[in-house]
Unconditional design. Structure first.
Lengths: 84, 272
């Protein structure tokens, strides 16, 4: 899976889960201010991303530092690289 | 983006006559101190009530606590009754199959108190972290009742604690909007309760509430007389959605939100 495919899968997964507009899915988009996702949404976000990519991320400290969509892209790409 | 209020302006701001202004003033001067007094008395009397309740019923601690939360809500309804009419539709014991996941629209701080209109008391509220942090006088009782702090326990904890409640034929109650609606309209739903239904096979029991946004909406600190209506909709079984695969919880969520929003609108029209 290429980095671009990973980013696309993240975006479509989040669009489907949270009924977001695909046009709003920019890397610099703030989860809270631009996409309207709060702390409860983060619980759902972790679950759908774990299912989409097949790894656990619920206990990761790095999850708490995520602020933007780009942060999620980078986090998941990094996790995928660690797995290989 | 602006929304048109679902509640007529006259009902949200009824201070259009001297008489109604006087009623509102009296209501607030009397009701707030009475609620505080009731709460203080409840806290003082709680140990003896709890021990007595446990001996008489033989229930586990959390089950006894949930019963007393229900009693507290009933006491609040009695206190409020000179100024608030409470109506319920379809809420009989026969209509509530336990275990279930109760989901209800959220309009006011007082919505939780109105759950005493339900004919069952074994209900564990699943809430965000803030009530545990900010409502310190309720905190020990919420802990004793084994309420779910969704943000603290995460998904795995939610699943584990909910299964415990379901095994004993109890119910989990969730406000799927996550916070009170500022305009009375049903907001976006979180996925948690619907994912829980899909994972456990426990049905969703949709409830609709109106009138508490007139009584005490999120943008006002003083109360107004109101008619509070609580209505039940038929159970929604997750098995009807499981075939949808990865989107099962999303489709279930959309379906339940749609029927709640439609019914709330209908209740408002009937009330008007």
């Amino acid at each position: 899976m290429t980095d671009q495919e990973i980013m696309t899968l993240i975006d479509t997964t989040l669009v489907n889960e949270f009924e977001l507009n695909i046009d709003d899915m920019a890397a610099e988009a703030s989860l809270k201010d631009d996409l309207g996702l709060d702390s409860l949404d983060r619980v759902d976000m972790v679950i759908v991303l774990e299912k989409a990519f097949g790894f656990k991320m619920g206990e990761e400290e790095a999850i708490k530092a995520i602020r933007t969509l780009g942060d999620i892209h980078a986090f998941v790409i990094s996790k995928k690289q660690q797995m290989h | 983006m602006t929304h048109q209020s679902a509640v007529p302006d006259k009902k949200r701001s009824p201070l259009h006559t001297a008489g109604s202004l006087l009623v509102v003033v009296v209501m607030n001067l009397v009701m707030f101190p009475l609620i505080v007094l009731m709460t203080v008395m409840g806290i003082v009397l709680f140990p003896i009530c709890f021990i007595t309740g446990k001996i008489v019923t033989g229930w586990q601690n959390d089950r006894v606590m949930r019963y007393f939360v229900w009693v507290y809500g009933r006491a609040w309804m009695i206190i409020m009754s000179p100024f608030v009419r409470f109506k319920r539709t379809g809420l009989t014991r026969d209509n509530i199959d336990m275990p279930c996941i109760i989901v209800i629209n959220h309009l006011s701080f007082f919505d939780t108190y109105c759950m005493a209109l339900l004919p069952v008391s074994d209900i564990a509220f699943a809430v965000r972290s803030w009530p545990f942090k900010k409502l310190f006088w309720y905190r020990p009782f919420m802990r004793l009742a084994n309420y779910l702090d969704l943000e603290a326990i995460g998904w795995e904890g939610t699943l584990r604690d909910s299964r415990r409640v379901f095994e004993r034929k109890g119910a989990i109650l969730v406000f799927p909007e996550g916070h009170r609606s500022s305009d009375g309209k049903v907001q976006r739903f979180y996925s948690g309760p619907f994912r829980l239904a899909i994972e456990t096979g426990v049905p969703i029991l949709p409830l609709c509430i109106t009138g508490t946004d007139v009584l005490l909406p999120p943008d006002r600190w003083w109360m107004m007389p109101a008619t509070v209506c609580l209505s039940i909709l038929p159970l929604v079984y997750p098995r009807e959605f499981i075939g949808d695969g990865e989107t099962a919880h999303i489709n279930l969520r959309k379906h339940v939100r749609k029927i709640i929003a439609e019914h709330v609108e209908k209740m408002r029209k009937e009330a008007a």
